[in-house]
Design a protein around this ligand. Structure first.
Ligand SMILES: Cc1cc2nc3c(=O)[nH]c(=O)nc-3n(C[C@H](O)[C@H](O)[C@H](O)COP(=O)(O)OP(=O)(O)OC[C@H]3O[C@@H](n4cnc5c(N)ncnc54)[C@H](O)[C@@H]3O)c2cc1C
Length: 535
């Protein structure tokens, strides 16, 4: 080995990244101790999320922190950089990230780079989904969804308008694959159990809908198990809409392909995932957005560059089939890549990646699951017991195992927790989407946002007693509205609705007033605008 340590850098703190580090720590113990090898791992979070248990965070049957494990404890010999990676420079063999406080750039150099950045939720091309649909991939997503469910129950309990109540008590999940099915099962159990603590919500008012484009949910499983899962969910009150695709969303509805809309305030989309932007930018060969690697998991055109997990296009050396994006595969690929890096350093023979999945399992909530393990099909309680036992064993860290086992035991006897955590401060600026004809705000509403049209057109109308509505003006791209109520602190003086599909930039009252007070040119512009519009 050379004078300076060999630097192995891993990007991503998911199953792929963490299991690469774990295996390298084991295989290179002596080299790391002598200072011949340095291991580094860069990830946005300092913990590994055990995603298979994420759906249980919705119902609270597992504590929020119990599905995650600190990477520092798992990989004590690896330097952890909890940072957002900005770019990867293959030519100079360095990775750039930005410091958490301030905006200093930071460069990390490598001899070997393992890319394990996973994929990202992408709602590109689907109007309104980025603004209103809740993704379901990260720990924060599960927590947000849980809080949203409790929030809608709180609102519904005191809401008198039947239409608004209906939207509040309708929960829609799009995607009938594993994560969608597990999420809808937990959501359904939770919302129905939690609703019993609300005085004015009747069980029959709750509607939970699963949208699935195919003819049967869980297409990854044998037909008999998928049918079992479908029948069980329906029996428990989930309305399954087969052959139905989500097209878009507005603030209060899910828009389906074909024009139907379902009024809802809670839409979860588990369907689309796109390539991580860092991976998309890498100048290497890709297949469906994933990095193409050889049988040893190295990128053929860049020696020393490796890719594992959801961001890698890997072909199984035994079957020749594409490896699916699962945690089971990511952990095995990670271990294989680590062994091959060590073999490369030592000039030894490298191995080709091959792995036959041990089985597939999906939890259906309330002591039921479906599983196919070593070719044996199981459903119901036995599958559920197996699901829990296997995932408990696989959960990294003894302390986490103990915590989850305790959570599960208490969950058998205690009612669901319905505390809503309000952690998010209102955003200063957000994007909004409106369908043609949809009202943005009504005359008489409280004025709490200023809007700028970024795409489409809106019409401003005012009510004329006894004569319906009178048109005031139409506004297009680059024009703003809603300023009168914000500046004068009065109720909205007109109704605004979208004429065509419209995207808006919305600035909240606090941000607007801060800018209005401290930017004289802006103040001048807004005052002039109000004067001309009032005239
Ligand atoms: C709800 C859900 C349930 C699932 N259930 C199962 C299951 O039961 N069984 C199974 O086998 N699989 C399951 N999966 C799939 C499994 O979780 C994934 O296949 C696996 O997590 C992929 O691991 P990965 O390391 O490739 O990617 P990820 O786990 O996505 O990790 C990517 C890492 O890269 C980091 N990162 C990304 N971009 C940046 C950046 N710019 N800067 C810094 N860090 C960055 C992320 O923070 C993350 O730590 C499930 C997935 C979900 C979403």
């Amino acid at each position: 080995m050379s004078q300076r340590p060999t630097r192995i850098l891993i990007l991503g703190g998911g199953f792929g990244g963490v299991y690469t580090a774990l295996t390298l720590e084991k295989l290179l113990k002596a080299e790391i101790r002598r200072g011949d090898v340095e291991l580094g791992l860069v990830s946005r979070e300092n913990y590994l999320v055990f995603q298979p248990m994420l759906p249980e965070v919705i119902s609270g049957s597992i504590g929020v922190l119990d599905t995650i494990t600190p990477i520092r404890r798992l990989c004590p010999s690896t330097n952890l950089y909890t940072r957002t990676i900005e770019s990867i420079d293959l030519k100079h063999r360095s990775v750039q990230s930005t410091a958490g406080f301030g905006s200093r750039q930071h460069h990390l150099h490598f001899d070997h780079l393992v890319v394990a950045l996973g994929n990202v939720t992408s709602f590109a091309g689907q109007p309104g989904l980025a603004e209103y649909a809740l993704p379901f991939k990260y720990l924060g997503d599960a927590l947000t969804l849980r809080n949203r469910i409790i929030h809608t129950l709180e609102e519904a309990d005191i809401e008198q308008d039947p239409e608004v109540r209906r939207a509040l008590l309708t929960f829609v999940v799009a995607g009938g694959g594993f994560s969608g099915v597990e999420a809808v099962a937990e959501l359904n159990d939770f919302v129905r159990a939690a609703a019993s603590s609300f005085r004015h919500i009747r069980p029959e008012e709750i509607r939970v809908v699963l949208l699935h484009a195919g003819g049967l949910i869980l297409p990854e499983l044998p037909k008999s198990l998928a049918e079992f899962a479908q029948a069980l969910l329906m029996k428990r009150g989930v309305e399954i809409r087969l052959g139905t695709r989500l097209y878009g969303a507005t603030a209060d509805s899910a828009l389906l392909e074909g024009g139907e809309r379902i009024a809802t305030r809670t839409l979860v989309s588990t369907v689309p995932s796109g390539p991580n932007p860092l991976v998309a930018m890498l100048p290497v060969k890709k297949e469906r957005g994933r990095i193409v690697v050889d049988a040893h998991l190295e990128v053929p055109e860049v020696p020393g560059l490796w890719a594992v997990g959801d961001c890698a296009a890997i072909r199984d050396a035994k079957t020749g089939e594409d490896c699916p994006p699962t945690a089971q595969h990511a952990t095995r690929e990670a271990a294989c890549a680590a062994r091959n890096i060590v073999a490369t350093l030592r000039g030894a023979r490298r191995e080709a990646f091959a792995f036959t999945a041990l089985g597939k399992m999906g939890s259906l909530g309330r002591r039921s699951a479906v599983a196919e393990v070593f070719g044996v099909k199981l459903s119901g309680f036995l599958a559920w017991w197996l699901w829990r036992t296997i995932y408990l064993m696989k959960l990294p860290g003894l302390d986490r195992k103990l915590r989850v086992a305790t959570d599960w035991t208490l969950d058998l006897v205690l009612p669901p927790d319905i505390v809503q955590l309000k952690t998010d401060r209102a955003l200063g600026v957000r994007r909004e989407y409106f369908e043609p004809g949809q009202v943005i705000f009504r005359e008489g509403d409280r004025g709490d946002w200023l809007y700028v049209v970024t795409e489409g057109e809106v019409e401003v109308v005012r009510s004329v007693p006894g004569h319906g509505e009178a048109p005031v003006r139409r506004l297009g791209v680059g024009e703003c509205f809603g300023e009168i109520a914000l500046v004068s602190d009065v109720a909205r003086s007109a109704t605004v609705r979208a004429v065509s599909a419209t995207n808006l930039l919305a600035v909240d009252r606090e941000a607007f007033q801060a800018m209005f007070a401290s930017m004289p040119p802006l103040r001048g512009f807004v005052e002039q605008l109000i004067a001309s519009r009032s005239a």
